[in-house]
Design a binder for this molecule. Structure first.
Ligand SMILES: O=C(O)CCC(=O)C(=O)O
Ligand SMILES: [Fe+2]
Length: 320
């Protein structure tokens, strides 16, 4: 998956490294987030066996009948938990909905934190008991990896290493299993219909487990679409709009999309599982003073993470 534009970093060298190795990791991660906004990480502690089990469960969940899936689709939850059927999410600024369906799993609060009251319960799939345990395990592992990455970013930004900890503890993160369904008749879809229209992610950072097929593309600084090869064992990490806002554009939330397959593969599915790392909704996203100066005047209005998420869910059609 590695291209010079999207460097590969060893997360193990940060988690278990010497102070020099940790410093090097922070510098390289910061540089990549400042440049392309994307990195690939290895040594993330998710075994291939666990990733395979995850994909097995995700595929099984999408294979349920439309009536079974409909039991888990709750419009009042704005797609934030359970199942969302095709045609519901449209990339910001696009006219035609993405060619996808998805499941979303949210935070499980177990330590008595009153923030629990803000989160709807996860939908429990009665048909697939292992779906619930495996997705929860993956959620926790990706959340842990995300916390390490944010502490490395805090160091890069010359903030205290634990700057993000209180904001992401029991944060509003989402694990999303996506099925880009087969396109049975390519001539019958709208000319602008794509698997995922060009967009930026809403959250702080996204950790994306290697997809089942190619199709993900990243918009480079020279305005070219760079394909990212799908590798099951890698995790691709990118900056989202909340971190871009907080850093007044120092870290870049890079535009990406998922293109339709070539004609001979139109009738095949593509599965992917991003983890959108969100803070608690009361986190203040006001740009850091250290990221504002004469050359970089303040760009964004002040908002909390909760206010910003609400605005964005309306823009993509999930919240009415
Ligand atoms: O499916 C993928 O590879 C990427 C999905 C994505 O960008 C998203 O859901 O925000
Ligand atoms: Fe995305």
């Amino acid at each position: 998956m590695s291209t010079p534009y999207i460097p590969t970093l060893d997360l193990g060298s940060y988690i278990n490294g010497t102070s020099q190795e940790r410093k090097n990791f922070s510098d390289e991660l910061g540089r990549a987030f400042n440049d392309s906004g994307f990195v690939t990480i290895t040594n993330h502690g998710l075994s291939q066996e666990l990733i395979d089990q995850l994909y097995e469960q995700i595929k099984a969940a999408f294979s349920l009948s439309p009536a079974q899936k409909a039991q888990y689709e709750k419009p009042e939850l704005a797609g934030q938990r359970g199942y969302t059927s095709p045609g519901k999410e449209t990339a910001k600024g696009a006219k035609t909905a993405d060619l996808k369906e998805f499941w979303q799993i949210g935070q499980t609060v177990t330590d008595g934190d009153p923030v629990k009251a803000q989160y709807p319960d996860n939908e429990v799939l009665a048909e697939l008991p292992e779906f619930n345990s495996i997705t929860t395990e993956i959620y926790k592992k990706l959340e842990d990896n995300g916390k390490h990455l944010l502490s490395a970013i805090a160091t890069y930004l010359e903030l205290p290493v634990d700057y993000f900890d209180q904001h992401v503890h029991n944060g509003n993160s989402i694990l999303r299993g996506i099925h880009y369904f087969p396109i049975e008749n390519p001539d019958a879809i709208a000319p602008d219909a794509v698997r995922a229209g060009a967009h930026e992610d809403i959250n702080l950072i996204t950790l994306l487990i290697g997809a089942s097929a190619d199709g993900l593309e990243v918009l480079t600084r020279s305005n070219e679409w760079l394909p990212i090869k799908a590798h099951h064992s890698d995790i691709v990490v990118n900056v989202g709009d909340m971190l871009q806002r907080l850093t007044n554009n120092k870290l870049r939330s890079t535009t990406h999309r998922v293109v339709n397959p070539p004609r001979e593969l139109m009738k095949t599915s593509r599965f992917s599982v991003p983890f959108f790392l969100h803070p608690r909704s009361d986190m203040d996203l006001t740009s850091l003073d250290s990221c504002i100066d004469e050359a970089h005047p303040k760009v964004y209005t002040d908002m909390t993470a909760g206010e910003y998420l609400d605005e964005r869910l309306r823009e993509i059609g999930l919240k009415k």
